[in-house]
Ligand binder design. Sequence first.
Ligand code: NDP
Length: 283
Amino acid sequence: MGKILDGKAFANELGQNLKEKVKNLKEKGITPHFCVINIGDDPASKIYVRTKKRRAKKMGIIQDIYQMPADTEQAEALALIDKLNADPTINGVMVQLPAPKQIDADELLERIDPNKDVDGLTPANIGRLWMEDHFIEPATAEGIIALLKHYQIKLDGKNVVVVGRSNIVGKPLAALMLEQNATVTICHLHTQNLGEITKKADIVVSATGQAFLITADMVKDGAVVVDVGMNHVNGKLVGDVDFDNVKEKASYITPVPGGVGPLTVQFLMEAVVKLTRRQNGRE
Ligand code: NDP
């Protein structure tokens, strides 16, 4: 049976260090402070925003939530981003996605000052990521890289298959893994014979939002399996991976919950502190 990659325990360990870092900054009169803009009433977004707020408080970080109505116009959201960009007391800005239909989310992301881009999703920071000259990385991708390192799972020379190609998870993760000298294949809905491809992987990461997509026959013996998916099935949170069966073949596997999720929240907090330090000449 595969060993559990315990993201929750690792996030808590990192949290202890970050709390100390924040305390040191506060002693110098600097309090990390970021803003989450949430437009509309997406129930999952509301939960994510609250989870972040709890974690921020625990770390000693200030998080403001700007809750905007579902019929918010593009210009209003852009004006708020401009205001937060210009405010020297704000170190980070992020837009909670998804946004309502009338909103052009890409334009909002593009408007965020790249120096305050806690999510690492502005075109400037995505470009820097692929150029291997980045100062901020999307939290889930960074969390996965850190988790593998924590368990001494090497990426150099490994065959990695990332299932999912979103700007938030799949693509930035592929970029970071490539940077670590892995051979990376990115799969998506148009991929033919997905199982044949995942079966060749030393490390499989699934970020699709399809419950039980990755089954035991799609994974080779001894593979490392990282499950990013968060799906609600019969009121229960499950990942993309058929955990009970895949764990029998994997060498290491992340559970859902308790795997990648807590690391995403923790690495968002790490990003806020990183940007705060950078803005105060403390890289
Ligand atoms: P998106 O919906 O933006 O992207 C999903 C990707 O998966 C797309 O590239 C899609 O392909 C691909 N995909 C969907 N179904 C299949 C399939 N059957 N076979 C192969 N590829 C498929 O989702 P996100 O990246 O935002 O999120 C993915 C999952 O991760 C969700 O469950 C989300 O809740 C979760 N998540 C978890 C986080 C955590 O911290 N644990 C953080 C962020 C997200 P195509 O491009 O062709 O449509």
